[in-house]
Design a protein around this ligand. Structure first.
Ligand code: BES
Ligand code: ZN
Ligand code: ZN
Length: 477
């Protein structure tokens, strides 16, 4: 789907505040619509008059002007797109609308995002894919068309990054293995100037990444350690490291998941997908921020080589870890990936993104990312970016008393604790490996994937938190 400006197409879309006059309609239609109480401009309301001998207009409600949020706009764009597709419309014009508290181009971006969220579909496994009809949308009435088109290009690039992350999550685990994930990253990011280095198991062992290897060893799909460098400011300027959990499948290992909870565990590389998507968006928009992406990709399986509950392994940092539960594999891969990011990369700040714990979902539900940090100001900035992106991030506490839970009986650390506060103790485990660098941990076990669909997000991978990370890195200054 493409965007343009000031092209007058036959079908017109009007976004309308509740209570606003409907003078875009002819008197006859207006009276009809009002008499029948068909449309009041409430958020979520649509009135469409499309087809031969109609006004070819659709009205999309935004609710009360003073209650407008960016997610209402995204949802409205999404719903308008769905309505246009339902009527097999190919091109449409969007009547200009603004809000006193919102940047005009930002306003257009939120709508455009909604249209793109609606446009997304993962249909490559269908015998007869049904492509959406809507191909071109024109934003009308803007004087500074250059500024507008720049803003639209920016959001298209961001949403392409989001879609890339969604696609990677939606790909089945028999297709998306550590190896093919690395190849995909190479293909998509290499061509836009991001340096992509891929290391195999010999290198991983040389680094002493024993915790990571313990997870990887159970699968015939061998691990790949992926490092992305996007350094527009030059190598000397320290980067933000984005470390993504990259389990292409998580069976639980010998602590095997029951079938129902194993379902959708293809999403266990959602953290790494968001790293790829974010760096894609940054590079496409030539954002001036140094970023390094790190993914320790592996598959958690069962075999004669797989780790056991009770095994003791080392780590790149040298700390010994007792494996209390093979299903707490994410923190083992991240321990080495984070330590690498902290010590082998010219990094200043570290963010890890991981579908890490079911406990985060129990605590905060499906829609909210759980955050842990060693630096409250850093997290506050990420939360501000989340807010602007329409994504939800909530901080969990990490008090010193909780630390003794991750201490092992016979080892330095143990990868599993009691059930209570499981999202927090998982975060504290990771903190051991960031070498006191400012760090934020984002547990996206809830929002990475939606089984039911949610607002403008369709069933499957959500691309969360690509928008948050992009906005954070763009505005970091
Ligand atoms: N990948 C899972 C966490 C997860 C749960 C992601 C639900 C997405 C949706 C993780 O590796 C895991 O299995 N965690 C265990 C940890 C436990 C054994 C300490 C969990 O949450 O049950
Ligand atoms: Zn697991
Ligand atoms: Zn996992």
């Amino acid at each position: 789907m493409n965007f343009t400006s000031n092209k007058n197409f036959e079908v017109k879309v009007f976004f309308v505040y509740e209570g606003q006059g409907l003078d875009m309609l002819t008197q006859e239609t207006l009276e009809y619509a009002q008499k029948q109480l068909l449309f009041k401009g409430k958020a979520g309301q649509i009135y469409s008059h499309l087809g031969p001998r109609t006004e070819n207009k659709i009205l999309v409600g935004l609710g009360k002007k003073e209650a407008l949020t960016t997610n209402i706009l995204r949802q409205a764009g999404h719903d308008a797109g769905a309505e246009l597709n339902k009527h097999k419309v190919i091109k449409a014009s969007i009547h200009k609308i603004t809000h006193p508290d919102m940047d005009t181009f930002g306003f257009a971006q939120y709508l455009a995002e909604g249209f793109m969220q609606n446009d997304y579909q993962f249909d490559r496994y269908k015998e007869k894919p049904q492509p959406k009809t809507l191909k071109l949308l024109s934003f009308e009435g803007y004087k500074d068309t250059e500024g507008l088109e720049e803003s639209l290009t920016e959001i298209v690039n961001v949403m392409d990054g989001v879609s890339m992350a969604k696609d990677m999550v939606n790909l089945p685990p028999n297709e998306l293995t550590p190896e093919t994930m690395a190849m995909l990253a190479q293909q998509e990011l290499g061509k836009i100037g991001v340096s992509v280095e891929i290391f195999g198991e010999e290198w991983i062992k040389e680094q002493g990444m024993d915790a990571y290897m313990a997870v990887a060893d159970g699968s015939k799909n061998r691990p790949r350690f992926i490092q992305l460098s996007y350094l527009p400011l030059g190598e000397e300027v320290p980067a933000v490291a984005l470390v993504g959990k990259g389990l292409t499948y998580d069976t639980g290992g010998y602590a095997l998941k029951p079938a129902a909870s194993m379902r959708t565990m293809k999403c266990d590389m959602g953290g790494s997908a968001s790293v790829f998507g974010t760096i894609y968006a940054l590079a496409k928009n030539q954002i001036q921020a140094n970023v390094v992406g790190i993914v320790a990709a592996a598959e958690n399986m069962i075999s004669g080589n797989a780790m056991r509950n009770d095994d003791i392994v080392s780590s790149m940092k040298g700390l010994s870890i007792e494996i209390g539960n093979t299903d707490a594999e994410g923190r083992l891969t991240l321990a080495d990936a984070l330590y690498y990011a902290a010590t082998q990369v010219n990094s200043e700040w570290i963010i890890d993104i991981a579908t890490l714990t079911g406990a985060a979902v129990v605590a905060l539900g499906d829609h909210t990312t759980a955050a842990i940090t060693n630096n409250d100001d850093f997290l506050a900035k990420i939360q501000a970016s989340a807010e602007a992106s329409g994504e939800y991030v909530w901080q969990l506490p990490s008090y010193p008393e909780m630390r003794k839970q991750i201490q092992g009986e016979f080892t330095d650390l143990v990868n599993v604790t009691g059930r209570m506060g499981g999202a927090i103790t998982a975060g504290l485990f990771l903190e051991e490996f960031v070498e006191k660098k400012p760090w934020v941990h984002l547990d996206i076990a809830g929002p990475a994937y939606t089984k039911t669909g949610w607002g403008y997000l369709h069933k499957g991978g959500t691309g969360i938190p690509v928008k948050t990370l992009y906005n954070f890195l763009k505005n970091r200054g």
